[in-house]
Design a protein around this ligand. Sequence first.
Ligand code: ADP
Ligand code: MG
Length: 925
Amino acid sequence: MSGHGKTSRCMNVVSSKITSEEAVPVEGAAVPLAVSDAAVTPMMKQYLEIKAANPDCLLFYRMGDFYELFFQDAEIASRALNIVLTRRGKHNGADIPMCGVPVVRSDEYLHKLIAAGFRVAVCEQIEDPAEAKKRGAKSVVQRDVTRLITAGTLTEDSLLDARRNNYLVAIVRAKASSADAAAQFALAALDISTSEFRVMECDRAGLAAEIARIEPGEIIVSDALYGDPEVAQYFRELAVTPLTRDVFDGATAERRLSAYFAVATTEAFGAFSRLELTAAAACITYVERTQLGARPPLSPPTREAVGATLMIDAATRANLELMRTLSGERRGALIAAIDRTVTPAGARLLSARLAAPLTDPDAIAKRLDAVALFVGDGAARADVRAQLGAAPDLARALARLVLQRGGPRDLAAIRDGLAAAGELACRLQTIEDIPSELAAAAQALVDVPVEIAAALSAALSDDLPHLKRDGGFVRAGYDTSLDETRALRDESRRVVAALQARYADESGVRALKVRHNNVLGYFVEVTAQHGEKLLAPPLNATFIHRQTLAGQVRFTTTELAALEAKIASAADRALGMELGIFDRLAAQVTGAAEPIKRAAQALGILDVEAALAVLAVERDYVRPEVDRSLEFAIEGGRHPVVEQALQKDGGPFVANDCVLSPPAGENAGRIYVVTGPNMAGKSTFLRQNALIAVLAQMGSFVPARHARIGVIDRLFSRVGAADDLARGRSTFMVEMVETAAILNQAGERALVILDEIGRGTATFDGLSIAWAAIEHLHETNRCRALFATHFHELTALSAKLARLHNATVRVKEWHGDVVFLHEVVAGAADRSYGIQVAKLAGLPHAVIERAKLVLAQLESQDRASPARTLIDDLPLFAARRAAPAATGEPDALAEALAALNPDEMSPRDALEALYALKLKAAKKS
Ligand code: ADP
Ligand code: MG
């Protein structure tokens, strides 16, 4: 570690969103870096040098059992962590602000700081304080930064969510000038805690969707990209670290990557574009800088082909509540409804699969085969899950061990994980005709190094300390010389206890204690009142005075001094031996990192497939057919989340069909226009079909009686502004921007869900926009779509658009109340039942009665006709001509006509009136 010069440690961060509010001191700023100042203590000099090399980080400076922060770091941290700000010494005549966190609890504080967007440089003592003392009383313990902790490069369980990956993402943009660049952007995503590493190319829309899918813990970009508002809009609330150009240098990318993986050329991993290599190398360089040379066990990057996964943009993900609800909770989201995994690796893989459903029917079928096996074979399902339950988080334990920050419990995790892998391998071998995905997993499990599991079992004791430096993790009987040394140490401790008893006896001071601290070693302690006795003859021959404190007096004896040396050396030797054993075992594990990593992945796959089978059996899901057609035929579909929620309340969920398959003789799918009163179940119906598609393509069974889906390549879902209040941005503009994205992007393989689009503005505006949007979807996008609306006028469109289908959610009127049947049938809703719903909601009786009167009045004025007129007068895409009729503005001609009374007019009056009308009409057009 000492080989790393300070300059290479500097991240060269220019500016950073995460620190802009509470700027971490930079060189020349708030920290007085006048290291030459004669008044500066040697320790402060060391601190300032290290801080100067890490200006963008909060510096955790190790002092004994604490990490201390100084100057502005201390002010920032004390605020962020809500801990006391004190002072320590003076610098240039001013007090030095200081705060500290105990090392044993530092994870908890780190967690808060990282979550708040800070980066932390951890500076450790890299020599024994005793060594420093040898150089002279005033010499400072050598310290160095051993690690930079950033949001995207975490490995500790306490800093990570076990159920989620934590990705570091590098984004690079093609030079505008380079004509050969096929894609606009490349993105590399790396999870050092699980070793996953992927790269892909994408266009601008794809970039936004990928960021939404991956949900990076941290994004790194070049300064130039960081400052580009067009790209920066996708980062929004994410932690973004801008870095200097060299990190994103395409010319050296290939070299940096092959050096990391110790291969001659990255071609071994597959064909990458230069842009992809650049993104991947940026990740690697950042990892090397933050880990200061320690190398996490990364898998080589794999390339994700464009279009291999179902593209779902950020708004759609949010709307469909895939990973969390609109209010940000996991509970109530699809993931929570379908997650039956029993291991962290399984939970992470399930999330990853849900976030990125596939588009290749063959790949989907392979996953479905695996689920089907576990659905059909209940015994295998139960056995596999029982074994998995005993398997800890192999991948993350491995990463920590390789990075040399693992502890005894990580070794135990490897031991238990490998044991479970072995058992599972045996169990899988008993399955006949095993599907290919499970066969591959089984093979990875067979390949695990069983000898490592055996070595770990033999070495580790049953009760393990959290930290290796606490010792005691090597099983008694494992190593004879360790056992002997421990016996010596423990024996000496018994001798100390015996001594205490003897001294108490001899001195007659019953409260006499033998104690230990790091300064005095072992010493005898009595209260001040008894001190005199020991200081006087004859006892002063035995007890040698060392220290007088306020309440106590401390002594040493020659016997204690001798014992001290013996015990200290025995304990030290025992611990040293244990640490040696730890390192040997850890090295063995590190040496087998590859097969262990593959086994970890295999366990995740088994968990996911078995868990999806549990879900399918428990909730009565069916295997969907996914093919390359444009079908979308769901029979008896249910909403996976609402169904479970209703069941808890005891209510039944009404299953519904949805057929968007192309009608006979057509080569594009259908559009459903779904009408029905509020609360009828329109939104539920729309979403359930989108969710069924997502589930099918991620390789899960689906909540339906039967489902056939021609593979979908892009999924869009939008909710009208008025329904979107949960996100606190019920602006019509947002709704329109999102609708524009769909109309511009959806192709014939897309599935589009539009829920009450156009309700964020005046009725006629909204209706016109919805109208035109449906026409566009039908004629230009030609995609499968579901369109829920409260504009009944839109149902008239079915007369003109061949693939448009009207559906309505049935309600029954009963004694003036409305009863929701939640049943989707062909046809249009006849009315809104708004007043009935209002009544259900408890509006005052008088208001309800009055509203009924107003409605009757309005209805008698015949509001029904405009749609009919519209449909006849509006040729497709010529809406402008007929617009005035729809706006209902008072018509001067009509008014003039209405004012005439032919019965009372003379022929001459009639003729003049006719001329006047003609003139009016001429003026108007
Ligand atoms: P809309 O969009 O038409 O206003 P929602 O889809 O929001 O109606 O549904 C309102 C409520 O009706 C839901 O919260 C749910 O409890 C219930 N619901 C919807 N669809 C069904 C169904 N198919 N079976 C049973 N209850 C349903
Ligand atoms: Mg709704």
